[in-house]
Structure formats: C-alpha cells, structure tokens
Design a protein around this ligand. Sequence first.
Ligand SMILES: [Zn+2]
Length: 464
Amino acid sequence: MRYLLLIVILFSTALNALALDVVYPKKDKVSIKCKTTFFVGSADTKSPLTINGVKVPVHKSGGFAHFVQLKPGENTFTLKSNGEVLVYKINSTWRPAPPPSKDKKPSPQVKVFPTPRLVYTADDKTPIRTTPVSAGINRIVHLQKGVPLYIDGELGRFYRVTLSSTEKYWVAKNSVKADPQAKGGKSAIISKAFKDTGKYLVYTFNLSNKTPYILKENSDDDFKNGLGLNFYNMVVRPDTPYELYFPLQHQLFGYSAEFKDEQFILTIRKMPEISPENPLKNITITVDAGHGGSEKGAIGCLGDYEKDITLDVALKLQKELRRQGAIVVMTRESDEKVPLKKRVEITNESDSSIFVSIHGNALPDNLNPLEHRGTSVFYYYPQAKGLALSILNAINAGAGTKNDGVRQGSLAVVRNTNALSVLIELAYLINPEDNALLVNEKFREKCAKAIAQGISDYLKSLVQ
Ligand SMILES: [Zn+2]
C-alpha cells in the first residue's frame, strides 16, 4: 500500500511538472522568412513561463503558444520555466521592401502576337486559369492531352488562350506544344447520344476533333440545379461559345468529363436514393484521415501528431456512419502514408457520393495562434458548399467548437474527387485551448458523431 501511495505521488508530480518542450520552431538555429513567428509547446502548469522576460500563459493542459516579432538577422529567445532554460536562435531572412524608386519599372505587359498560334495541351490535367498565376482558385478547367488551343499572347511563364472573342484565359508555356502537322483547331459535333445507366446520366458527343470546353455549375437562372457545358472553337460558332445546358431535378452529386479520342463524354452522377427517416442508409461515403506514416501533419502544443488525431476521428466516423447504414470507404485505417493521388483514386473508383477529409489546423509564421480557434470546412466546387455548411454547423453545435467558417479552397483531394467533397479542419493544434480539445477522446467522439449528423442533416434537407 505504501509503495502504491509512493507511485501515485510520483505519477501525479510527473503529471504536474511537465518538462519545458518546444514543438515549433522545430529546432534551434532555424531560418524563417517572416517578420514574426511563434513558439508552441508545453510547460509546467504550476510555474511561470517566460520568453525573453515576458510572462506567457500556460493552459491547464500544459500547452502554450506565444507570438513574437523578429528583427532582420539573428534573434535570441530565452525560455524559462521551473528552473529549466532553453535558448533559441532564429535567423529572420525577411527584409523590408525597398522604398519605391523614382524610375519605377513598368509592370509587365502582355506581349500580343501578330496572329494567333495553334498549340496543343501536352499533358493530361492541364489547368486553364483565369489569371497568369500557378496558385489560388483560378482554374477554369483541366484539359486532357492533345486539345488544340489558340494562343494570342504571352506574359512571363504563361500564354494567353483565346477561347472566344470575350473569353481569354491562361495556360503555362510548358503545358502546351506546337504541332507542325496540325490541321487546324476547329471542331464540329458529328453525332450525340444520351444514356441513363441508373446511377449516371451519360452524354456522349462525337466531335470532328478534340476542342476546349468549360463546365459551369448552376449556370442557368431558370434551373436551381444543373450543369452548363460550353464547347469552344466550333466551326458553327468560331467566336462565341457553343452553349449546352443539362438541367437536373436534384442537387448535383459529382460529375466528370473526358475525351476518348474525339469522343467527349460527360458523366453526371444522379442523386442517390435518400430515405428521409434514415438519410445515411446505403449512401457511399469516403472518409479520408489526413496525413499518415512519415507525413505527421501539424504537431500540437503537447506533441501530438495531426495524423493520429485525424485517424482516430476517421475511425470513429466510420463506425458511426456504418451504424446509420452508410457504405463507408476508408483511404487509410492505420498509420500509413497514402499519397494524395491514391486517396483520389480510392474515392473515384468506389463511386462515392460524398468525400470527407479530416484534418487539424495550423498556421503560417505571420499569424498568431492565440487569435485562431475553431472549425472550418473547405469545398472547391459550388455543388459541395451546402454539405460544407451543414457539417460545420453540426460540429459547432455537437462538439462546441468556435465557427471558423466555410471557405472555398483549391485542395487536391477536394478538387480531384468526383463527389460532393469537403475537407474539415476540426480545430487548431497550435492553439492551446483548441489543442486541449483535440487530444481529448470524448471531444473526438463528439466530432465524429457531429460530422455524421451534418452529412445526415444535409441529405435529409434534399428530400424534404
Ligand atoms: Zn492536415
């Protein structure tokens, strides 16, 4: 009994006296290209923690976060807690922008070609963008290899693509190539066909040759739901888009388009049958636990890895969705590394109507972890915005997280899956209060139940 008491005392002392540990910055002597950064880690809750003499609050879980300013060059930070001292040297490579010089260089202008040139997409999934930048939400379509494009100018690493007299977009120079054997880029519809396979509506267009196209969701005011399709460079309409519209009676549930030689195939998934009493029954849902294996994801204040938190929530969600009758597909069920491409393949090959990716949030050096909390849900295609909102509301209500909003984001797993696809950032691992929630199993259980509830509520709303 005496031994037991001693063990209990030792154990409780160990619990109270957390050693000073820094999880970010990852090591002493780092270079950061920013004028601010933050320290995230854990410390003894009973002793004061100071960083360069400034008292830093330690959360009752032991976690802390502290935002600091950096001067250009070397910065020294001394962390003190309970007799422990850690010294960090951080080199800031950030430099203030030079004052604008009088003979300012003019901003680069588009160099317009005397006559448009014909080129061909060189790779599958070549993005056509609204701006000459390789980032952000500016992709208008991804084209397969061998689609003819007229380019009429260049700017930096991009060519300007003329689709019609009023629509000009951009393609990376290294994504296209000229073809001296080219016949000319105009196309014509030779025949078309339609098939309802039960699960899909399949529209087939036999074209004289491949041609660029754009798909637009809900583009017709007369229909609440549906898909618009514009073909360009058509013989019958060389300067304006050849517009088609596919009205739907119901919410869009994912779609895809592809060329098979000169045949253009548009596949629209029909809304699955939803029972108002049991909305999740027989709905195929892919659950994607973010990161895994050597990809640890973000590290929480207490040293927990995002990959373990996401897997635990994903497994709990799998159980809950199955309990309610859903057909659940997992991209991983253990601590393994799964490439993003593989996650997309698993989702598309399983014909999932819904894709949910589970993550925990972190921040770049310029943002203060103490000012960011809560759940955010990302979508890419407008068709998934309603689902994103429903899941966000359910997590806020069911798990008690702060509302960090629904946002459109160009995330590979969300963009490339043919389903209603969303990515959930449950809470911030580097915010001490949020992190204390994430490491709590009861909270993770609530999150899983709430995500299932959010999906269920959304499906139910479609049949009421
Ligand atoms: Zn993540």
